[in-house]
Design a protein around this ligand. Structure first.
Ligand code: FAD
Length: 386
C-alpha cells in the first residue's frame, strides 16, 4: 500500500514537472498577446489534450489520468499562476465528467468518459440562466418528455466553453410543479445539434481567451439515455460536480495569489526609491508578509478540502472554506501587488493588472462567496447538534 502511494506521488511529481516546463516554454511567452487580443488559445488546447488534462480526474478505466483532487489542485494552481483562463477550459469540462462519473450508469460512463478524457468531446456545465444563478431551483429551461426522450426549450447564460465546447451537462426542469422544487430538476448531457445554438459571446472584465456564452435551446431533442442520475436528481448531480469545482476555484485563487506574490517579491528587489530597493521599506515588507501568509493559509485550506474529497468524505464545508478564503486571498494579493508595482501595476505590459481583473471572478463562480459562508455556517450547525 505504502509503495503504491509513493509510486503514485512520484508519478504525480513527474507530471507536475512536465506541466511546469510546458507552462514556461509554451504558455508564458504568449499570455500577454492572447489575453489582450481575447483570443482562444487553440494551440495550447491541443497541447493540453496531449498532456491528458481533459481527463485529469477521470478514472483510469475510462481513459483518464485518474488523478487525486490533491494533485489536480496542484496542477490547477500552477496553471492559474501562469494564465488563469487556461484552467477554466478544462475545469468545467471535468465537472461535467465528474457528474457522469458519480451519477451515470456504467453504460453512460463507457459511452462518454473516454471521449471526454481524450478531449475529443469538450464542454462544460450549463446551470445559470438570465434570471437566476444562485437560486438554481428557479431555473426555467424546460424538458418535456417525448417518445424518444426529451424536447428542451430555454436559455442558459455565462456558460464557460459555450462556443468552443460541443457538449454540456445541462440542468433542466422536468416538472415545474414539483415541491420541493429540486424534485422537478434533472441533468441531461446535451451535445450540440439541431435546436441548440450559441446566442452570443459575452464580453468580460477579465478571464480573457476563454469563451463565455449564452446558449439557446429551441425544441432541442435529446434521447432518454442522455439523462444522468434519473429524473428529479438534477440538483444532486449539479452539487456532486460543484465540490470538485470549488476545490478547483480555490486552487485557481492560490495560483493568482501566488503569482501576485512572486511578481511582488521580484519587483520589490529591483525597484529602488530613496537609495534602496523598495523591499527594504517597512511599508512594503508588511504587504509581502501579509501576502505570503494569506497564500499559505489558502493553500492549506485547499489541500485540506482536496484530501477530504479524495477520501470520499462529505466536504462541502471544507471546499466552501477553501473557495471563499483562497478567492479573497487572490483579490487582496492582486491589489497589493498592484500597489507594490506603483504605476507599472496599472500597465498592460505587465501581468499584475490581469491578476486583479481575474481575481474577482473567483469570488462569484461555483457559488458566490456570500453563499459559501452560508454553506459553512449551515454545515457547522449540522455537524454540531446540541
Ligand atoms: C466569467 C463567468 C463564467 C461563468 N461560468 C459559468 C458556467 O460555466 N456555467 C454556469 O452555469 N454558470 C457560470 N457562471 C455563472 C455564475 O455561476 C453565476 O454568476 C453565479 O452563480 C452567481 O449567480 P448570479 O450572477 O445570477 O447572481 P445572483 O444569484 O443574482 O446573486 C446576486 C447577489 O446576491 C447574492 N445572493 C443571492 N442569493 C443569496 C442568498 N440566498 N443569501 C445571500 N446572498 C445571496 C449573491 O451572493 C450575489 O452577491 C459564470 C459567471 C461568470 C461571470
Amino acid at each position: 500500500m505504502d509503495v503504491n502511494i509513493a509510486r503514485q506521488s512520484e508519478e504525480d511529481d513527474a507530471l507536475l514537472d512536465v506541466i511546469e516546463k510546458w507552462l514556461e516554454r509554451d504558455v508564458r511567452p504568449h499570455v500577454l498577446r492572447l489575453e489582450h487580443a481575447d483570443e482562444y488559445p487553440h494551440e495550447m488546447v491541443a497541447q493540453m489534450k496531449e498532456l491528458g488534462l481533459f481527463g485529469a480526474t477521470i478514472p483510469v478505466e475510462y481513459g483518464g489520468l485518474g488523478l487525486s483532487a490533491t494533485t489536480y489542485a496542484k496542477i490547477v494552481e500552477k496553471i492559474a499562476e501562469t494564465w488563469m483562463s487556461l484552467s477554466g477550459i478544462f475545469n468545467s469540462h471535468l465537472i461535467m465528467a465528474a457528474i457522469v462519473t458519480r451519477m451515470g450508469t456504467e453504460e453512460q460512463k463507457r459511452q462518454w468518459l473516454p471521449k471526454f478524457a481524450a478531449g475529443e468531446i469538450r464542454g462544460g456545465l450549463a446551470l445559470t440562466e438570465p434570471d437566476c444563478g444562485t437560486d438554481l431551483q428557479a431555473i426555467r429551461t424546460r424538458a418535456r418528455r417525448s417518445n424518444e426522450g426529451y424536447v428542451i426549450n430555454g436559455t442558459k447564460t455565462w456558460i464557460s466553453n459555450g462556443i468552443e465546447g460541443t457538449c454540456f451537462a445541462l440542468l433542466v426542469k422536468t416538472n415545474p410543479e414539483a415541491e420541493p422544487r429540486h424534485k422537478g430538476m434533472s441533468m441531461v448531457l446535451a451535445p450540440k445539434g439541431p435546436g441548440f445554438r450559441v446566442g452570443r459571446k459575452l464580453e468580460k472584465l477579465g478571464y480573457k481567451g476563454i469563451d463565455s456564452a449564452e446558449l439557446v435551446f429551441e425544441d432541442y431533442a435529446v434521447p432518454a439515455e442522455n439523462l444522468i442520475g434519473g429524473e428529479g436528481k438534477g440538483l444532486q448531480a449539479a452539487l456532486s460536480g460543484l465540490e470538485l469545482g470549488r476545490i478547483n476555484v480555490a486552487a485557481r485563487g492560490c495560483g493568482l495569489a501566488s503569482a501576485a506574490l512572486k511578481d511582488s517579491v521580484r519587483y520589490s528587489q529591483i525597484r529602488r526609491t530613496m537609495g534602496k530597493p523598495i523591499c527594504e521599506h517597512q511599508a512594503i515588507q508588511l504587504k509581502l508578509g501579509e501576502m505570503a501568509t494569506r497564500l499559505q493559509a489558502a493553500r492549506l485550506l485547499t489541500y485540506d478540502a482536496a484530501r477530504a474529497y479524495d477520501k470520499g468524505e462529505r466536504c462541502d464545508m471544507e471546499a466552501g472554506m477553501a473557495k471563499y478564503f483562497a478567492s479573497e486571498a487572490a483579490v487582496e494579493n492582486s491589489m497589493e501587488a498592484m500597489r507594490i508595482h506603483g504605476g507599472y501595476g496599472y500597465s498592460k505590459e505587465y501581468h499584475v493588472e490581469r491578476y486583479y481583473r481575474d481575481a474577482p471572478l473567483m469570488c462569484i463562480g461555483e457559488g458566490t462567496n456570500e453563499m459559501q459562508r452560508i454553506i459553512i455556517a449551515k454545515q457547522l450547525i449540522a455537524r454540531n447538534p446540541v
